[in-house]
Design a protein around this ligand. Structure first.
Ligand code: NAD
Length: 486
């Protein structure tokens, strides 16, 4: 991909339209090479105020835009995503270290979110309730929340921003998006350009690249009525505290440490394929990543052998220049963190079956055995390409190991007996369970979300978006006025 000479975001911020910014420059560093490949303007906390005021003023007009016109804008945005696939995927590869298939998948999933959001404005928006009072009608209707602040992470920066942005807009809200500074081009300014070109009225959507100070200013701004946050549990808790204090709605989609359970009657070829995909896709930097492989003792050796063979075939490389299964991790700090977790677990008795080496920002696909629950590779969210395998002896034992984690995002269960797998599913406390499949599952039409330390039960997708991005209002109408006793 050729770097644009004068990109639209040069020196500018998208505050409902392109405005000059006076914040610092963010250097966009390519994780594969360490090269600075572009620059963009960071927002400042005072830009949050500018955006929130503009959005408040724009929202009345946006709500009044007829539903078919809102739908048309979102459909046009979907079309532009496809038309600009090369540009968007190019940035996803160079800015975020994504391999081609990951970038393609993310774009397709974002396209589906736009198409689904385009269908929302025409959904029924309320119900009629009876009244005991003659001549009185009770309407209960969905209304927009106002301005929604969306704070997104860097790992799937396009999808995880736009899965909130599109439905929030569809339901009549204005949106201020704060992307992560490590992914503000593909997960920020490119999306601003798409919505602008799709015909979204000025002032309705804003993009404020920046760090925690900008995020915090967004969360604390009184004109921002809801925060939709995707990111780490630690930051999500802080945001939840602030929102709680301000009585502000918060949808929190947080970290995970997801288990794949392999029963002794499982198809080990399928299970090991699912395990490899679940652990190594996008270098393991996925909230739904398979972070714990729980395998029945009687088949553990065979499972480990098959999983290790798959891992051993995976090549690390710069996805902008060569075909690679694993690109770089997002930066050196993250790669060193993965290395440290693996090394500390080895010191505690774990064994590296394959992989286990870091080369700059790259980390090999790694399989570990002899893992115990007290090891960091089992108890922490590694966010790297590491597959720790632990054994169990009974279904109850497997369930308690799954539930040992405070996280509760996703789980997978492999068995030739669907009934047995469903019984286990009934005892597992997570938001999403996939039988004979892997943990990294996302379908735009199905509500998505976690429990416990993985989130506060907010849900994205399908009908859940209507509930998530609206509030409700009771309107009653008396045909004629009524006299009260005084
Ligand atoms: P992070 O929490 O560090 O950052 C996420 C976003 O929050 C970024 O935009 C960041 O700038 C912003 N931020 C940081 N501090 C803030 C503050 N004090 N106030 C407001 N905003 C602040 O997370 P990360 O490291 O970028 O992403 C990885 C984490 O996200 C992992 O834990 C992963 O599991 C989780 N995640 C969850 C999901 C999900 O759907 N459940 C999806 C992807 C990633």
């Amino acid at each position: 991909m050729d770097m644009p000479a004068n990109p639209v975001w040069q020196q500018r911020l998208f505050l409902g339209s392109w405005k000059s910014g006076n914040g610092e420059q963010i250097n966009v560093t390519e994780p594969a090479t360490g090269e600075v490949i572009s620059q963009l303007k960071a927002a400042t906390p005072s830009d949050v105020d500018r955006a929130a005021t503009t959005a408040r003023d724009a929202q009345t007009q946006w709500v009044a835009v007829p539903f078919d016109q809102k739908a048309e804008i979102l459909r046009k945005a979907a079309t532009l995503l496809k038309e600009r696939a090369d540009e968007i995927n190019g940035w996803n590869t160079r800015e975020c270290g994504s391999i081609g298939p990951k970038a393609d998948w993310e774009l397709q999933a974002t396209y589906e979110q736009a198409q689904m959001a385009a269908a929302l404005p025409m959904q029924p928006s309320g119900e009629i309730f009876p009244s005991n009072m003659p001549g009185k009608r009770n309407y209960w209707k969905r209304v927009p929340i106002g301005t929604v602040g969306v704070i997104a992470p860097w790992n799937f920066p396009i999808l995880l921003a736009m899965r909130s942005v599109f439905p929030a807009l569809a339901m009549g809200n204005c949106v201020i998006l704060k992307p992560d500074p490590k992914s503000s081009i593909c997960g920020g300014v490119l999306m601003a350009k798409i919505l602008e070109d799709a015909g979204l009225p000025e002032g309705v959507f804003h993009v404020l690249p920046g760090g925690p100070d900008v995020g915090q200013a967004l969360v604390e701004h009184p004109l921002v009525k809801m925060i939709s946050f995707t990111g780490s549990t630690a930051v999500g808790k802080k945001i939840g505290e602030t929102c709680g204090r301000m009585l502000k709605k918060a949808a929190l989609e947080l970290g995970g440490n997801n288990a794949q359970v392999v029963l002794e009657d499982a198809d080990l070829d399928i299970a090991s394929s699912c395990g490899a995909w679940g652990s190594f896709l996008h270098q393991g930097q996925i909230c739904m990543q398979t972070g714990r492989h729980l395998v029945h003792r009687s088949v553990a050796d065979e499972y480990i052998e098959r999983l290790a063979a798959r891992a051993g075939n995976l090549a690390c490389g710069n996805p902008a220049q060569e075909q690679a299964h694993l690109g770089p991790l997002i930066n050196e700090a993250q790669a060193k963190r993965v290395e440290d977790i693996v090394n500390r677990s080895v010191e505690m008795g774990a064994r590296i079956v394959v992989g286990g080496k870091r080369n700059g920002n790259y980390y090999e696909a790694t399989v570990m055995s002899d893992v115990t629950p007290d090891m960091p590779v089992f108890s922490e969210e590694v966010f790297g390409p590491v597959a720790p395998v632990m054994t169990f002896d009974s279904d109850d034992n497997a369930c308690s190991l799954v539930n040992e984690s405070l996280y509760g995002l996703a789980a997978a269960i492999h068995s030739r007996s669907t009934e047995r797998a469903l019984q286990i599913a009934n005892q597992i406390q997570v938001g999403m369970i996939h039988i004979n499949d892997q943990t990294v599952n996302n379908e735009f039409q199905v509500p998505f979300g976690g429990l416990g330390s993985s989130g506060n039960s907010g849900r994205f997708g399908g009908p859940a978006n209507i509930e998530e991005f609206t509030t409700s209002q009771w309107v009653s109408v008396m045909e004629e006025g009524i006299q009260y006793p005084f």
